[in-house]
Design a binder for this molecule. Structure first.
Ligand SMILES: Nc1nc2c(ncn2[C@@H]2O[C@H](COP(=O)(O)OP(=O)(O)OP(=O)(O)O)[C@@H](O)[C@H]2O)c(=O)[nH]1
Ligand SMILES: [Mg+2]
Length: 464
């Protein structure tokens, strides 16, 4: 009852109006109106023509009279009766002449007859409250509209079509089955979760981890990806930066500590905008003065980056400063790069790839191959670029999530599953799995809280 009451209270009953097309010159502009008084207001606005008699889901041509007998504009009117409309309410769309005058006049006229100007995203907000769209579907809309490449559009459209709802439902279903299984084990007084359940949890966690990776990568389509080049002083970071950017943007010199500030440039890798950062060299041990400031900048760049290029010098031996680099990149998505391959020291680097891993125990989730390059001759640069491209490329097929809210919930779900894997007893494992299911249901709550709705719809345009 409480839920119902809050739903009724929140269910708006005023009638809203807004232009749905971008302002400026265009052949037509569309004005939307939604709410219980839609047809009363239209009848008053359109005079004897009486749009309330127009059948639902039809379009008619009207001359729209103004207040003093003059015509405001000639328009097409599409009407939609509740509940078969975008918002679930009575709705109409007026297509008038584009530009600034006609739409403003019509909105003002409808306003004078009792409509309120809609807030950003308010039509979609009503659609969500009426159960026409889930929150996740609604959240895909701004990305759909802002997409500036076909790949970005397709990814957002897949989300708009409800990919996440299906994924979350499937996942919640299999976790609920697991819970039943666990409760059965509890009844039989088993201490630790039986191996078959542990295996099933691992499988589910792996599927979720895979999906999260896809989702993060699809996010790059909209937001771009941040790639930072790190390495000890003088390994050729600025030289690589210039190679990748295609011009001498950063100063490269034989002296160590040439670069102090972060230097940034954006390059396109396929359909993905890449924000590339050149950093000051990392060294082992404490630093003073400008060095310390430079070091702080570099560490911030490392933290901000989605992908790191860890650069080493193949012409010399791996030293303590390199160890500072491997420490900084440990556990991060990193591509290992051996530069100065043209003057490499075969004694120091017998083979590029596996050496770093086996000798120094570097483990990077993104790539376990090392790339030999020369910024002087250009050798290996194209291969390195291909690898970066591969790592940040959008995943084909419809990745299901990519809003911050969904990613956070899926990540929390994954963490609960991981905790349940190491749970000592059936009871604690069951507790964690139950909280994992809760995280999934939070993604698309049937009755979203007002502050969640406010945050989401503040990103929308008026009229959407
Ligand atoms: N032989 C050879 N020299 C290189 C290569 N790449 C860079 N260098 C040289 O190495 C020196 C250092 O290059 P930078 O690009 O300034 O190195 P950095 O890592 O940015 O150095 P800091 O900013 O001081 O940390 C320069 O003299 C470059 O010309 C390469 O592939 N082969
Ligand atoms: Mg430099």
């Amino acid at each position: 009852v409480k839920r119902l009451a809050s739903r009724i209270r929140r269910h708006p009953n005023d009638t809203i109006v807004a232009p749905a097309t971008a302002p400026g010159r265009g052949s037509i502009a569309v004005i939307r109106i939604s709410g219980p008084d839609t047809f009363r207001i239209l009848d008053q606005a359109f005079g004897p023509a009486r749009p309330s008699r127009q059948p639902s889901h039809t379009v008619r041509l009207y001359a729209l009279p103004g207040s003093r007998g003059r015509l405001l504009d000639q328009v097409m009117l599409a009407v939609f009766r509740a509940p078969r409309s975008y918002t679930g309410e009575h709705m109409a769309e007026i297509s008038c002449h584009g530009g600034t005058v006609a739409p403003a006049r019509i909105v003002a006229r409808l306003g004078s007859l009792g409509c309120r100007p809609a807030r950003p995203g308010e039509f979609t907000r009503r659609a969500v409250l009426a159960g026409k769209l889930t929150l996740s579907q609604a959240e895909a809309l701004p990305d759909l509209i802002a997409a500036d490449s076909p790949a970005a559009f397709d990814a957002a459209f897949a989300r708009y079509q409800g990919g996440l709802d299906r994924f979350a439902r499937r996942l919640a279903g299999s976790l609920t089955d697991l819970l039943a299984d666990l409760e059965h084990a509890i009844n039989f007084d088993e201490d630790a979760p039986p191996p078959r359940i542990a295996r099933a949890v691992s499988r589910t966690a792996a599927a979720l981890r895979h999906e999260l990776r896809r989702a993060r990568q699809n996010r790059y389509l909209h937001q771009g990806v941040r790639v930072a080049i790190v390495g000890r002083p003088n390994v050729g970071k600025s030289s690589l930066f210039n190679r990748l950017v295609g011009s001498a943007r950063a100063i490269a010199s034989p002296l160590p500590h040439t670069t102090r500030d972060r230097v940034e440039a954006t390059v396109m890798l396929g359909s993905i905008p890449v924000r590339l950062t050149d950093t000051a060299g990392l060294v082992a041990g404490p630093r003073r003065g400008i060095g310390r400031l430079a070091d702080a900048q570099t560490r911030r760049a490392v933290e901000d980056a989605d992908l790191l290029l860890a650069l080493f010098d193949a012409s010399g031996r791996f030293g303590p400063h390199d160890r500072a680099v491997t420490a900084a990149t440990e556990g991060r998505a990193t591509v290992t790069v051996l530069n100065k391959w043209d003057i490499r020291d075969p004694k120091a680097w017998p083979a590029a790839a596996r050496v770093l891993r086996s000798t120094f125990g570097i483990r990077h989730p993104a790539s376990n191959r090392a790339f030999a390059i020369s910024c002087h001759t250009g050798a290996g640069i194209a291969r390195l670029e291909r690898e970066v491209r591969r790592l940040v490329a959008p995943v084909s097929g419809d990745a299901v999530a990519s809003g911050e809210r969904q990613l956070t919930a899926l990540q929390a779900c994954l963490e609960a599953l991981e905790r349940s894997r190491s749970a000592p007893t059936c009871e604690t494992a069951a507790l964690e799995i139950r909280s994992a299911v809760d995280m999934l249901t939070q993604i698309d709550p049937r009755f979203p809280a007002d502050n969640v709705l406010d945050r989401i719809f503040s990103r929308f345009c008026v009229g959407k």
